[in-house]
Ligand binder design. Structure first.
Ligand code: PA5
Length: 445
């Protein structure tokens, strides 16, 4: 399902040193399986793919169908783990230009609640003003400011434009079973709702309704997505020998690179559709490992685009980086470079070749150049951009993240550091209950 190749890290680190992580990786896997490690109340994602029932998928598909039939646009409101997984999958699988067509078969999917940009929200509400739109409001805590603020605007606009009765049909909540404002609103208003399991944290929730509902609304096959993830769950299972387990090898390799001064891991793609997979990955690894003043800094670039911007730094800047390249083996479409009689651009040597062949040579040339320049390179090949392979890729990264975090010695399932800015923001905005913090912060200004 995926081919993981660490050959181009050797020379910077040794295979023996990577394989020496076998015992630690095994211990990490056992801690995950037995729930004996740090953060063990958030392990619900581990066997999620193989435990999702047909009935649950059917309920999600039925709700998706209601939204598809009644909406030209569906706004997914959420932030961080309550948004990035859905966007990663939808953008990886969507036609790049669907939004330019007035496509009647699936609603346009837009996003809100992931920023506090006044212009963004103004322009979104203006765009929606003449659209039949619905909202999927996603928040586990139900109290996240960015999402709650966007939802407040969207709920009112939807009710004003479409009437309360229709709004009830086209607003869906995905939140905690009992707690939080999103749950209370959903219950009071009678919205269809789905539960985010207590034991699944935001950044590991793409295979819960958080990801699955928006993905189904966008017209993608969630059965296949889950099947791909389930196959990867098996391929990375605890009884798979270390050398054959891609998640364990990836976790070991990046920890060994980190130990050898590679403080930054850059996730590279050569396909613009993978941009949001990288965004999702950055959150997964950044929030899971960046604590106790430790952890690789996860960065990402889209090549060949960013070879014309960040390429210089990667080739010749400080040698504290390594790269993990996601390569897509087969494109979904064929396009050949045409011949041009005048050949003013000198590109006739490419005539008749597939565009993807040019891209693949850019990829290979870049890998060799970066390795020569002192950047170790991990390569992950997926067969194609389809539901199965993306489902498998996401689960692979989740499993590897759990193992990697335990090898690093941190709790990969909490995120205490994200509270600091919220406390200051609430104090500065005079939120009731923050009077002391308000005084203290103002004294510092
Ligand atoms: O991974 C996480 O836990 C976070 O990114 C959360 O998903 C994010 O902060 C949104 O939280 P909530 O779903 O409670 O609105």
């Amino acid at each position: 399902m995926i081919d993981l190749n660490i050959e181009k890290t050797l020379g910077f680190i040794s295979k023996e040193k990577v394989f020496a992580y076998e015992a630690q990786a095994k211990a990490a896997q056992e801690a995950l399986e037995n729930g004996t490690g740090k953060g063990n109340d958030f392990l619900g994602w581990l066997h999620l793919p193989s435990s999702i029932s047909k009935e649950h998928l059917a309920e999600l598909k039925a709700t998706a169908q209601t939204l598809r039939e009644n909406c030209e646009v569906v706004v997914v409101a959420g932030i961080g783990g309550s948004y990035l997984g859905a966007r990663a999958v939808i953008e990886a699988l969507s036609d790049s230009f669907t939004w330019l067509r007035d496509k009647k078969t699936a609603p346009v999917i837009l996003y809100a609640g992931h920023n506090i940009g006044e212009d963004y929200l103004y322009e979104l509400t203006r765009y929606l003003a003449d659209k039949k739109f619905g909202v999927i409001n996603i928040s586990k805590s139900g109290t996240t400011t960015e999402t709650a603020l966007a939802f407040r605007l969207l709920k009112k606009q939807c009710e004003d434009q479409r009437g309360k009765d229709v709004a009830k049909q086209v607003i869906v909540a995905i939140t905690d079973a009992k707690k939080g404002a999103a749950r209370v609103t959903a219950d009071n208003e009678g919205y269809k709702s789905f539960i985010i399991p207590d034991n699944v944290g935001g950044r590991f929730s793409v295979l819960t309704p958080v990801g699955l509902l928006p993905i189904a609304v966008a017209g993608f096959d969630i059965d296949k997505l889950v099947a791909g993830a389930a196959a990867m769950e098996k391929a990375c299972g605890k009884d798979v020998p270390f050398v054959q387990n891609p998640a364990a090898i990836y976790a070991a390799t990046r920890n060994e690179l980190y130990k050898n001064g590679k403080k930054i891991e850059i996730l590279v793609n050569f396909n613009p559709k993978l941009h949001y997979v990288s965004e999702w990955w950055k959150q997964l690894y950044g929030e899971s490992e960046g604590k106790e003043h430790k952890g690789i800094f996860p960065a990402a670039v889209d090549f060949s685009t960013d070879l014309h911007s960040m390429g210089q730094w990667i080739q010749e800047g400080e040698r504290t980086i390594c790269e993990t390249v996601i390569s897509v083996e087969k494109t979904n479409h064929k396009l050949e470079v045409p011949t041009d009689e005048q050949n003013l651009d000198g590109l006739n040597f490419l005539a008749g070749k597939r565009v993807d062949e040019v891209n693949k040579m850019a990829e290979l040339g870049t890998q060799l150049a970066h390795v020569d320049g002192g950047v170790p390179n991990i390569r992950i090949v997926i067969p194609a951009l389809n539901e199965e392979s993306i489902g498998g890729l996401l689960y692979f990264f989740e499993k590897a993240c759990g193992i990697s975090g335990y090898i690093l010695g941190v709790n990969p399932f909490d995120q205490p550091g994200v509270e600091a800015y919220k406390k200051n923001m609430f104090a500065l905005l005079n939120k009731p209950g923050y009077e002391e913090e308000s005084k203290a912060i103002r004294a510092r200004l």
